[in-house]
Each structure stands twice: as C-alpha cells, then as structure tokens.
Design a binder for this molecule. Structure first.
Ligand code: UD1
Ligand code: UDP
Length: 418
C-alpha cells in the first residue's frame, strides 16, 4: 500500500511539520540488503516485504542484523538444518556495509536471508522503531512459531518486541548477561529482551543466576555460547583459506578492536585509546569498526593513527582473517563482547585486556583470560607490559562451553529438554 500525504493547509506550522515528516520518511528508508527469491522491490522504495510470499506456518524465524549476530547464529542455522527444522532467516539490516554483514553470510556459507533489509538510522530510537516495524511485517506474513534472536543489539530488542506483540514466542540466545552498567545500550536491550522471552538460552551458570534473580517468566536452559561452536566450526577452514598473515607488518603484535559507543563516541576516551596504541610496548594490529572510523576521522585522529609506525590499521575483517589473527597475536585489546568469549576457545587461548569499566562476561575474567583494564592510557599500557612480562598459563577449557550450544538449543526447541 502506498500512502499519499496531502497538505491541506498552507499555515506554516503544518507545512513545516509536513516537510519534517517527508525528511524523516526519507531518512528511515530501508533498502533491501540481499536479493532473495522472495524479495520484490516496491517502486516507492519504502516497502521491503514481499506481498505475495506464502505464509510458512510453524517455522522458526531466525533474526540477525549485525556482524556478531550472524557469526553466533551460524551454528544454530546449521543445527536446525541438520534436524530439518523449518526456518525463515531474516537479516534485519542494522549493519549494512558489505564488510559488516553480507561478507559473513557468504564466508560462513549461510543461506541467503529470506528477508533482508538495510536500516540506516540516525538515532537509537528510530533504528529500533524502524526494525520493529519491518520485523513485525515479516512476522505477520510468515507466522513463525518462535522468533529467535541473539545477543543485545537494538535489532534484537526490536525483533523480540515485534514478535511478542503479535503473541509469537521469543527465544533469546545468549540470555542473562549483565554488565550492571546502565550507560550501555546493550544493557537495556538484553534486560528487556530477557523479560519478554519464552526460551532463555543462558551461556553459563552465572547468566542463569542473573535471570533467576530477576525472576524472568520464561524457561532457562544453560547451553554454552554458540560463539565457541562457531570457532570450532570455522578455525580449520580459516587456517586453510585466510592469507591475512602475509599482510601483517609485524612478527609479534597485539590485536585491537574498539567500537563501544561509551568509548569511541567520547573524544576523551578515544584519545586515550589512540595514544595507548601508538605508544604500546608491542605493535598493534587494528581492524577498525565503521563507527570508530567515523569518530576517529571527526576528531582528526585517523591520520595520526594511520601514520604511527607502531600501528597497522585494517578495514573490518572477514571472520577467517580475524580468527587467524586472534590465534597468532600475543594478546587482544578490546571492548568487544564476543571477542572476550572467543579468546577462551581452545584453539585461540589468548589474554584479553578489556578496555572498559565493566564486563558482562565475568567468566572470562574468573578463568584468567580477561582483565578489565579501564579506559586510561597509562592503565592500558601498564596492563600490556604486565601481560608481556608474565605470560600466564591459560586454561585449556573455555567457560563458554564445548561447542555444543547450538545443538542443545535446537534440541530444546524440538523436544522441550536438552
Ligand atoms: C552495534 C551494537 C553493539 C554491537 C555492535 C557489533 C547496539 C546498540 N549496538 O554497535 O552492541 O557490539 O553492533 O559490531 O545495537 N556503521 C556503518 N556501517 C555498518 C554499520 C554501522 O557505517 O554496516 C556506522 C554508522 O555510522 C552507524 C554506526 O556505525 O551509525 C553505529 O552503528 P550501530 O549499528 O548503530 O552500532 P554499532 O556501533 O555497530
Ligand atoms: N570480527 C570479525 N572481524 C573483525 C572484528 C571482529 O570477524 O574485524 C568478529 C569477531 O571474531 C567476533 C565478532 O566479530 O566474532 C565480534 O563483533 P563485534 O566486536 O563487532 O561485536 P560484539 O561482540 O562486541 O557485540
């Protein structure tokens, strides 16, 4: 259906409201991310969802929208395929650059999404609202029995809300994580999603306890984290296919990533991080997230970093390249969530310096892999020196499971027990 707006009055408040509405509609325009047999573009460009698609009742709906969600949902998609569980795969389009989304779908050999969007939004509210509306229309069309979401992004909360408001069950993969830091959008998203989910797939006993303390109404299953499944499933291929090692300037290096809003959107923190990398006691290899590239460029810090002999900047990498670098580096410096978990996988086993004030992954800290080192240059440098000096023996087992999380989740969905 196409809506036509007519301005009936020439009074200035109405005219300005009208033009604002037009601009907003333009800005929220979602373009299709991938071609799929079920996608039919609409001429006005605003409606992405196929009108003629047959409803696929009793199927599951798997939603992913950002780089880590695609990686962590990949093992679940495989587990569901092995069991011939019917599913609809939706890319809700929170990430839209090739290097942040489609690259992973291709590399991990996932099926093309049945529905794919591209949501460019300028505020968290409009991003969440836009995804909610898009997912609502897909849920209405496909009538899934359960919508499965993973993690703590705005897309996760939006998709879970869209489902629950249509009385469709939500399964939350990676439920129960808590940083207890309400500055973080991820903390709002994960808390709210947990409280509207029917199935809560907690990666660890700590996550289960968090959920029990909050008296969530859904059922909790401790499964491990599917990211460990992902590392196990992809590392052998990564070793064969990645050629990144030959492109790294340094023999020994620390691998860095930074993208948390509370870090990179704050120029003071960003400066501390940049200076820490430039002065680090070991060279730093740094694939830059698009959010961070934008902020570095706005703050005129990108050139300084690019010109530093101690730092090698890279674009966001594919999963195989990133796995190889995690395996080869001396240590990881990051504010990422998923990387704190991956570093504990037996084929990686690396110390992680978490450049944040808190972590929702205390298991990695307790097991000796991760240390929350804060966001000040001097503290980060001191932690790097200590890590190079002390070389602690790290455990051989990951606190995030043994690579069977996805199978357990599929088992719960089909049989109600693990
Ligand atoms: C989001 C998640 C974060 C997750 C991260 C994974 C929220 C609140 N944040 O953060 O939890 O750890 O994804 O990487 O949901 N951009 C591009 N191209 C893209 C994607 C983003 O240029 O493909 C730029 C845009 O300027 C955009 C900005 O990055 O406005 C932020 O993107 P957004 O998805 O809102 O948040 P992330 O920082 O990616
Ligand atoms: N990753 C990647 N290429 C990169 C940086 C990260 O493939 O250049 C992978 C990484 O291995 C992990 C995931 O992306 O699986 C983490 O994503 P991110 O740090 O963006 O999000 P978070 O985990 O913090 O939500």
């Amino acid at each position: 259906m196409q809506w036509t707006l007519q301005v009936q009055s020439c009074e200035s408040p109405f005219r300005s409201a009208y033009f604002k509405l037009c601009r907003l509609t333009e800005r929220l325009n979602a373009k299709t991310l991938v071609n799929s047999p079920t996608y039919q573009p609409q001429e006005n460009g605003y409606v992405n969802v196929v009108e003629k698609a047959e409803p696929i009742s009793h199927s599951y709906m798997i939603v992913a929208g950002t780089r880590p969600e695609i990686i962590k949902m990949a093992p679940l998609i495989r587990a569901m395929r092995e069991r011939s569980m019917p599913y609809v795969f939706v890319h809700c389009g929170q990430h839209y650059d090739y290097k942040m989304s489609q690259q992973f779908i291709e590399e991990l050999e996932l099926p093309p999404p049945n529905y794919g969007f591209k949501v460019k939004a300028f505020s968290p509210g409009s991003q969440t609202g836009r995804i909610l509306t898009l997912i609502e229309s897909v849920v209405k069309k496909t009538k899934p029995r359960t919508v499965l979401v993973e993690g703590d992004t705005n897309g996760v909360l939006a998709s879970a809300l869209a489902a629950v408001k249509l009385n469709v069950a939500v399964g939350h993969v990676e439920a129960g994580l808590r940083s207890f830091d309400l500055r973080m959008p991820e903390e709002h998203n994960r808390r709210l999603t947990d409280h509207i989910s029917k199935y809560l797939f907690a990666p660890t006993e700590t996550a289960r306890k968090n959920l029990e303390k909050e008296a969530v109404w859904g059922s909790i299953y401790v499964t491990g984290n599917t990211v460990i499944d992902a590392v196990i499933q992809h590392m052998p291929l990564a070793k064969k296919r990645s050629s990144i090692a030959g492109k790294i300037r340094f023999k020994r290096f620390a691998l860095a990533t930074e993208h948390r809003a509370e870090n990179v959107d704050d120029p003071t923190v960003l400066k501390e991080l940049v200076e820490a990398f430039a002065e680090a006691p070991i060279p730093v290899v740094y694939p830059v997230h698009p959010r961070t590239r934008k902020r570095l460029s706005q703050q005129r810090m990108l050139k300084k970093l690019a010109n530093s002999e101690n730092v090698q900047l890279l674009p966001p990498l594919g999963y195989f390249d990133f796995l190889v670098l995690m395996r080869r580096c001396e240590m990881i410096i990051t504010d990422s969530g998923g990387i704190q978990e991956e570093a504990t996988a037996p084929s990686i086993r690396k110390p992680v310096l978490v450049t944040r004030l808190s972590t929702e992954r205390p298991e990695a800290v307790e097991a000796g892999f991760a240390r929350v080192v804060g966001i000040e240059k001097q503290r980060i440098l001191a932690a790097m020196e200590k890590t190079l000096r002390e070389k602690d023996e790290l455990p051989r087992m990951s606190p995030y499971g043994d690579g069977t999380a996805a199978r357990k989740i599929a088992q719960v969905l089909t049989h109600g027990v693990m």
